[in-house]
Design a protein around this ligand. Structure first.
Ligand code: 26W
Length: 795
């Protein structure tokens, strides 16, 4: 039977039984659900087969509090190799595929890089036929939806499950119980298929939903205590409501701790239960399982597995510890001291007394081990897992893992040489680097069809889709003007498309012939969106003074969310929106510069922005950005990096050539040298134009509506605060060098062919930054798992 016909029939059946309507009568949301459900019928049988083929093999598990999956439809259609057919089917039934695609809510269960990395890893593992299961939390609400009011960020709930999630299946019979001192709850799994690109593997992302043991207390209700009748339900469900609940007080902290233990305990119970189906003892446990801790958030897994082994399964402490250390591996994603997790002892004691006991046991064992190596007292102190009144999660993760990795070379080196140096000296063999990567399926094939087709045409093969190193062969076209011009044409198409989208969604008209200079990432001081903003304002003032200034029209595009309680980050959003307002409405500027801060930046928006970018802003203070992965998405789509020597920028320019990118600013060594004597006033007073833009924060140029956020921001630069020195991120120091790099971009961009060459070299050398390469490294060097590529055919 005709394939399209079958899908259509399934859609019609689904709309009848679920919505009580004919397909034609359905809303776009209903049609979207019907199509996705029809596809799930296609996916589930091979998914079950895929599960079977890994039965007696070692498997890896990814424990992560974040998954930034974005939309699934197009990704699944591409990976199943049926996108054309489905587009044609939609055409037949008179529905725009584009509208169907846009009807899907992003699954935005994450903040930024760490969550998106998890999503890229799942895609790569499935594509390479590695058995990797993701475990996490099925938050009822994703990261907030962002709106701007008067330029201020305003947050609203992201009700992503409003129309249901057609891609997940609730597995009622596999739910488990999780116990806190305050009571027990259920963790109910929802499974989403992770479909490899034209591969034989469909892996699983298993997200746990928190539910009460008893959904409704009949007696309380009958006694007319209506709130009490649903209290247990509300308390349980609160655990899974949002990502990173506000932890400014103890109640919020307890909720976060509950989240962590909740998903970790459920995942381990699940893993142990499956293992016990085929094994009568635990001696082979670590031979069959590798569990990766995505940052310290799931680190409670280490004492939890100890608890399961010693207190439920009756293993000895020594045997259990040996298995634990050989099972876990820990990835560190940040060097920022304030982001290194610590938990107050009193919270652990109160909520998880048994786990706390075990952590005490682990800490004692560590101290004993250190003693055996002649490390005592103050020297031993720097290793303590329980230090004063807090539990240092990174120490627990390191001590309980066989592997510890950073996410870019410089980051791993800094971990070894500085932040975790004491641990490196103790266990040098545990430390390693795994430079991050991104999936080219989503970030090129899916989001930039035009460039994808062109690359395939030039290489005369589409093998780059699963082997990104193939892009290197594009270098042979570096002097081929026709190729370079075609590249520029494609870039122009993507820029036109983005301009149209921005006009529609943000109501801002941009000039698609201008340079698109883009900074899209979480809003954070260390990422220095403020440096970018100061430069824009400086350019504006210079242009006012000299209307004939030689400048290529430029559009500065920002996208970022600020954590709801991070007031300085929110002040920067307001500042950039105010600059946009000033610049965009000044007729003197004649449209030569424009500023757009897109609302509600997220994965699906990112897919439209990366392909259209001309300049990739990666301007973090050196030593602060662990890796960055957006930088790789820009590179792959042919945008040179304007960046510091930080994170993966360093490896990017190593691959693509420093001449093809724009590097500026202090390096890690420079910062170490100047740190203690740094005086931002020297630059504030000494660098022409700098004072003018910094002062705009306090001289009435802009209005923060009496909130005081601008003067606080100003003070952070010149006076510091009780927790940091003035200009902690060296914005004033790096300003001049940054401005020079921006000038170089202006000058070089004019020579279109020369510019295109730089872009081309970036694309041709992006091969290293595929998450396929990263996953191969994890699989071989940490997890020791085998791929089943070319073994069994599941479809
Ligand atoms: C509440 C605890 C907490 C603290 C920090 C949760 C989450 C975070 C960050 C948002 C973690 C994060 O996203 N880190 C980023 O991880 C990426 C993937 O490795 C790196 O590329 C980025 O440099 C790093 O900032």
């Amino acid at each position: 039977m005709d394939y399209k016909f079958i899908i259509k029939q399934r859609m019609e059946g689904y709309t009848l039984t679920s919505f009580g309507k004919n397909l034609q009568e359905c809303s776009i949301n209903e049609k979207h659900i019907a199509l996705s459900k029809a596809l799930m019928e296609e996916i589930v049988p091979p998914w079950r087969e895929s599960e079977k083929k890994f039965k007696d093999k070692k498997r890896a598990y990814y424990l992560s509090s974040e998954y930034l999956m974005g939309r699934a439809l197009s990704n699944n259609l591409i990976n199943l190799n049926i996108k054309n057919e489905i587009e044609s089917l939609m055409n037949d039934i008179g529905v725009s595929y584009n509208d169907i695609e846009e009807a899907e809510e992003d699954a935005a269960l994450g903040n930024g890089g760490l969550g998106r990395l998890a999503a890229c890893f799942l895609d790569s593992a499935a594509t390479l036929d590695y058995p990797l299961t993701g475990y996490g939390i099925r938050y009822a609400f994703g990261i907030f939806k962002q709106k701007f009011m008067d330029g201020f960020q305003v947050e609203a709930a992201d009700d992503w499950l409003k129309y249901g999630d057609p891609w997940s299946i609730r597995k009622e019979d596999e739910k488990v119980r999780v116990r806190f001192s305050s009571g027990e709850i259920y963790a109910v799994p929802y499974d989403t298929p992770i479909i490899g690109y034209k591969s034989n593997t469909i892996n699983t992302l298993r997200l746990w939903k928190a539910e009460p043991l008893e959904v409704f207390n009949f007696k309380e209700f009958n006694d007319q205590h209506y709130d009490l009748a649903v209290k247990e339900k509300n308390d349980a469900e609160n655990i899974g409501k949002v990502l990173y609940p506000n932890d400014s007080n103890d109640e919020g902290k307890i909720l976060r701790l509950k989240q962590q233990y909740f998903f970790v305990s459920a995942s381990l119970q699940d893993i142990v239960r499956n293992y016990k189906m085929n094994h009568s003892d635990f001696k082979d446990f670590s031979y069959y399982h590798a569990i990766q801790l995505n940052d310290t958030h799931p680190t409670v897994a280490i004492p939890e597995l100890m608890r399961i082994f010693t207190r439920i399964e009756g293993l000895s402490w020594e045997e259990s510890w040996n298995i634990v250390v050989n099972t876990f591996a820990y990835t560190n994603h940040t060097l920022l001291a304030e982001a290194l997790e610590q938990w107050p002892v009193k919270l652990y004691k109160a909520l998880l007394p048994e786990i706390y006991d075990i952590i005490v046991g682990i800490n004692n064992q560590l101290m004993h081990e250190l003693g055996g190596r002649g490390i005592y007292n103050s020297e031993a102190y720097q290793y303590e897992i329980i230090q004063h009144d807090s539990i240092k999660m990174a120490h627990l993760a390191i001590y309980g893992s066989k592997s510890i990795n950073g996410v870019a070379k410089i980051h791993s080196d800094l971990l070894k040489d500085r932040e975790l140096n004491q641990w490196y000296r103790l266990y040098p063999e545990r430390f390693n680097n795994k430079t991050n990567g991104i999936t080219q399926r989503r970030w090129l094939l899916q989001s930039n069809q035009e460039l994808s087709n062109f690359i395939t045409e030039l290489l005369q093969t589409d093998s780059w889709i699963t082997d990104l190193s193939k892009l290197k062969d594009l270098e042979r076209y570096i002097n081929d003007e026709n190729v370079l011009r075609k590249f520029l044409d494609i870039k122009q198409i993507k820029k036109d498309q983005l301009a149209e989208y921005i006009l529609k969604h943000d109501g801002v008209q941009i000039d698609s012939k201008s340079i698109y200079d883009v900074q899209i990432k979480r809003m954070h001081e260390y990422k220095r969106q403020l440096l970018n903003a100061f430069h824009i304002l400086d350019l504006y003032y210079r242009l006012k003074e000299d209307p004939n200034m030689d400048i290529v029209p430029r559009t500065f595009i920002f996208g970022a969310k600020a954590a709801p309680g991070y007031f300085r980050a929110k002040a920067v959003i307001k500042f950039i929106n105010d600059i946009a307002n000033l610049v965009n409405n000044d007729s003197d500027i004649g449209g030569k510069i424009r500023v757009v801060f897109v609302e509600n930046y997220r994965v699906s928006y990112a897919e439209r922005i990366f392909p259209a970018a001309d300049v990739s802003e990666q301007i973090s203070t050196a030593g602060k950005e662990a890796s960055g992965t957006g930088n790789m998405k820009f590179m792959l789509n042919g945008a040179p990096t304007l960046g510091t020597y930080d994170g993966a920028n360093i490896e990017i320019v190593q691959e693509a050539g420093e001449d093809n990118n724009f590097i500026f600013g202090l390096r890690v060594e420079d910062i170490m040298e100047i740190q203690s004597s740094y005086n931002p006033y020297e630059y504030y007073n000494g660098v022409p134009g700098l004072r003018r833009v910094v002062d705009s924060l306090i001289n009435g140029t802009f209005d923060d509506k009496g909130t005081g956020v601008y003067s606080e921001l100003y003070d952070s630069l010149l006076k510091g605060a009780n927790w940091h020195r003035p200009d902690n991120y060296f914005i004033l120091k790096d300003f001049e060098d940054y401005r020079n790099a921006q000038q170089a971009i202006n000058d070089i961009y004019k020579d279109r062919i020369n510019w295109a060459k730089r872009c081309w070299m970036n694309i041709a050398n992006a091969g290293k930054f595929s998450s396929d390469r990263t996953i191969e490294e994890y699989a071989r060097e940490i997890w020791n798992i085998e791929s089943t590529k070319q073994e069994v055919n599941i479809r």
